[in-house]
Write a protein that binds this ligand. Structure first.
Ligand code: ZN
Length: 394
C-alpha cells in the first residue's frame, strides 16, 4: 500500500548508495550491525555518516531520503552490496575465488577490462547447508536513520534473486530450490522493518530483465515472479514496497550492452506484488518510457531514473525538466517518482558529484512542478541568503 508516496506527485529520491566519506574507515567485516553499533569507533562513524547523508539530502531538497547503504563495507567495486547479506545468512559458507567458466570470457569482459577486475574481486560464497537464520538487521539500519529526519527513509537491499545467482550452490537440488529458501528467509527481515515502522522497503534487482534473453538461465521469468512474490509476501498490507531494477553499477559500470531493453521483461515486472517499480531512464534519455507507460498497470507507481549514476557531468536543471516532461507524456504525475538510474556507488563518484546531481534533480523537478501548478520544494543549496560568498549589491 502507498505510505511514503501516498497522494504525492513528482516525489524525488535516489536509489540507495551514496559515496562513502573518506573518514569512514571502520567496517563490519561480517559482524552483525548490532555488534558494530556496540563498538565506539564503528558506531560513531556509521551514525555520523548517516547524519551527513541526511544533511546532504536535506540541503538538496530530496523528498525520500536514503541511508547511503552506509552499513556496507568499503569493499572493492561495491562488493559489499551482495556480500553484506550473504555473510549474514546461516547455511552460506566461506567466500572463495572460484574459476570462471570458459564461456564467460567475451571480447569486452576479460583481463584488461574493468569488469574483469570486478569479477576477480567478487569472492564467491558457497551454500553448504540449509538456509537458516539471517542477521541483516535492516530494522536496526532503519531505526538508526529514522530519528534524524521527518522525511521518509528508504532502506534497500539486494534481493534473494541476485544472491541466488552470486552463490555457488553445494546443498540444494537446484538453484530454484535455493531461490525459494532465500526468498522465505529474507521475508522475515522485511517484516522486522515493518515492525520498526519503515514507510517503504526497497528490494533490489529482481533478475527478470537481466536473464530474460539468456536461454541457458535455469530459472525462467515465471519462476522469478513467483519467488519474488514469496519474498515480499504480506508486506504490502503493512508498508510501501519498491522493486529497483537497473542495468548494473559495479564500479559504476553498465553490465549489459546499451541495446538491452526492458520490453520483454515489463509484463513480468507488472506481476510483482509491489507498489513502485524503479527503472532506468537517464542512460538512454528515457527512450523506453513509452513502454513503461503502456505495459505497467495503473496501480503501480514508476520511479524513473532521471539522473545518470554512470556519468560525472552534472545534469542541468533544464535537461532534468525535459526528461520529466517526456515521462509525463506517458505516466501521470501522481504515478511518477523522480530518481537516479541506480545508486551513486560508495566509490564510483565523489560526494560533491552526488550532491550536485541531487540538487539538479530537485531544481529540474521544481521547473515542472511550477508548470503543473504543484508546490515547489525549498532547496537550501540554492538560497542566495545562505551563500558563503557574499553577493555584491546591485
Ligand atoms: Zn541498480
Amino acid at each position: 500500500m502507498f505510505v511514503a508516496t501516498k497522494g504525492k506527485a513528482l516525489q524525488t529520491t535516489t536509489t540507495g548508495a551514496l559515496p562513502r566519506p573518506s573518514w569512514f574507515t571502520e567496517n563490519l567485516r561480517g559482524q552483525p550491525l548490532s555488534v558494530g553499533f556496540s563498538q565506539r569507533l564503528y558506531r560513531e562513524q556509521h551514525m555520523d555518516c548517516l547524519a551527513a547523508n541526511v544533511a546532504m539530502q536535506h540541503k538538496a531538497g530530496i523528498d525520500i531520503m536514503v541511508d547511503g547503504d552506509c552499513r556496507l563495507d568499503d569493499d572493492w567495486a561495491g562488493r559489499s552490496w551482495v556480500a553484506y547479506p550473504l555473510e549474514r545468512i546461516e547455511g552460506i559458507g566461506p567466500f572463495e575465488v572460484v574459476p570462471q567458466p570458459a564461456g564467460f570470457l567475451t571480447a569486452d569482459r576479460g583481463p584488461g577490462d574493468i569488469m574483469w577486475e570486478v569479477i576477480e574481486t567478487r569472492m564467491t560464497p558457497s551454500v553448504i547447508g540449509p538456509i537458516g537464520r539471517t542477521r541483516l538487521e535492516l530494522d536496526r539500519a532503519y531505526r538508526a536513520m529514522a530519528g534524524m529526519t521527518d522525511k521518509p527513509c528508504k532502506i534497500g537491499t539486494a534481493s534473494a534473486q541476485i544472491l541466488t545467482m552470486m552463490a555457488d550452490n553445494k546443498h540444494y537440488k537446484d538453484r530454484t530450490e535455493l531461490l525459494y529458501a532465500l526468498s522465505d528467509a529474507l521475508n522475515k527481515e522485511y517484516h522486522a522493518m515493518c515492525d520498526a515502522g519503515a514507510p517503504l522497503i526497497q528490494i533490489e534487482e529482481p533478475e527478470i530483465h537481466q536473464t530474460i534473453h539468456d536461454h541457458d538461465c535455469p530459472i525462467k521469468p515465471d519462476t522469478w515472479v513467483d519467488a519474488f512474490n514469496r519474498e515480499v509476501k504480506g508486506l504490502r498490507q503493512r508498508t510501501e514496497v519498491w522493486a529497483h531494477t537497473c542495468w548494473g553499477s559495479p564500479a559504476g559500470q553498465r553490465v549489459l550492452p546499451m541495446s538491452a531493453s526492458y520490453e520483454k521483461a515489463l509484463s513480468y515486472y507488472d506481476q510483482l506484488d509491489i507498489d513502485v517499480l524503479c527503472v532506468e531512464g537517464a542512460s538512454n534519455k528515457c527512450a523506453e518510457v513509452p513502454l513503461y507507460g503502456k505495459l505497467l498497470s495503473k496501480d503501480k507507481k514508476i520511479a524513473v531514473g532521471i539522473l545518470n549514476h554512470r556519468a560525472l557531468q552534472i545534469e542541468k536543471p533544464e535537461e532534468v525538466a525535459d526528461l520529466i516532461r517526456t515521462c509525463l507524456k506517458h505516466i501521470e504525475p501522481e504515478r511518477l517518482i523522480l530518481a537516479s538510474d541506480c545508486g551513486f556507488g560508495r566509490q564510483a563518484m565523489s560526494r560533491i558529484h552526488a550532491f550536485y546531481k541531487m540538487v539538479a534533480l530537485v531544481r529540474g523537478a521544481n521547473i515542472v512542478r511550477k508548470e503543473l501548478g504543484l508546490p515547489e520544494t525549498y532547496i537550501p543549496a540554492t538560497d542566495p541568503k545562505l551563500s558563503m560568498v557574499p553577493l555584491a549589491k546591485g
